[in-house]
Ligand binder design. Structure first.
Ligand SMILES: [Zn+2]
Length: 299
């Protein structure tokens, strides 16, 4: 009888889908996406791993029924022209030209450094957005959700350049009048870190950070969010610059900290940024918290 009841419950949930967006997030699948993307190796523009990542992102977005849009251009960099391919997957598009939009973003390129795999830096952001795509395929929202995979965030490793893809798209949204429809923007970066601690990034929208805090508290995850402050130059800055409220959801302490390490920790921009530093649990905590935040904002 108990077995029969269980199978009835499973049948019912299969028919109606998950009750909430954040419960639709699958951390195991997201971790597998992360491992797959990291296995493509170096992923800066022009590398085979970059093209493989692009194809993989489009494959999952297509499977999940997203409206896929590209934002392609040639960036002028200190190392010459570089082709840049931002990818946008749009969900819950309802045909209303004034439908509010919320953007969840992350970069899929890696630092231009031989042997750098970027399992966390580049890999985790790509994977969590793909996990969001799977969840959004199961649960509709009132807002239109854009999953934005930015390219050439890392720049060309000279003159401390970067943010090419995000700058281009933010300027385009400003020029074509889309900015007023955009309720907010969350950037996910380096959130797979086993020792999870999301920074309170000081340029970010405090109002939106407060909603993330509410969601984290509701899920019992408060200790992983906003326990230290840091100002970080990241893709969100380009969206703040055109008037979009934005938050950088970033774990800015990757491994041991100290003067002998990079300012964001021992594994940051180091060839030791590999899958053994990434945890399924961290992806789960951030994934569920961000999707619950979207639900709280979706009224
Ligand atoms: Zn980086």
């Amino acid at each position: 009888m108990r077995l029969l009841l269980l199978s009835l419950v499973i049948a019912a949930s299969a028919q109606t889908g998950p009750a909430t967006l954040h419960d639709a997030f699958n951390a195991q699948q997201t971790y597998e996406y992360n491992a797959r993307v990291a296995s493509f190796g170096e992923r800066w523009p022009g590398k085979p791993g970059h093209a493989k990542t692009e194809a993989f992102i489009k494959e999952i977005l297509k499977k999940d029924g997203a409206v896929i849009e590209g934002d392609d251009f040639t960036a002028t960099t200190p190392q010459g022209p570089v082709p840049v391919h931002n990818i946008i997957g749009k969900f819950s598009v309802n045909g209303d030209p004034n439908q509010p939009i919320f953007i969840l973003a992350g970069h899929y390129d890696t630092l231009r450094k031989p042997g750098f795999i970027g399992a966390n830096d580049g890999g985790s952001s790509t994977a969590i957005l793909l996990g969001f795509a799977d969840a959004l395929a199961k649960k509709k929202t009132k807002m239109q959700i854009w999953l934005l995979f930015t390219d050439l965030e890392e720049g060309t490793f000279v003159d401390n350049d970067g943010l090419y893809g995000s700058r281009h798209l933010a300027q385009k949204l400003k020029a074509n009048g889309t900015v007023p429809r955009i309720r907010g923007f969350f950037l996910l970066d380096m959130i797979g870190d086993k020792d999870l601690g999301v920074a309170r990034e000081t340029q970010s929208s405090r109002k939106l950070q407060d909603v993330i805090s509410r969601a984290a508290m509701q899920l019992g995850y408060s200790r992983y969010f906003f326990q230290y402050e840091m100002a970080i130059t990241d893709d969100h800055v380009e969206f703040l610059n055109v008037g979009i409220p934005a938050v950088d959801v970033v774990d800015a302490e990757f491994g041991r900290m100290g003067p002998q390490y990079d300012g964001m920790g021992e594994f940051h921009h180091a060839n030791t940024d590999t899958m053994d530093k990434v945890s399924k649990n961290s992806l789960d905590i951030v994934g569920r918290t961000i999707l619950l935040t979207v639900e709280l904002l979706d009224s």
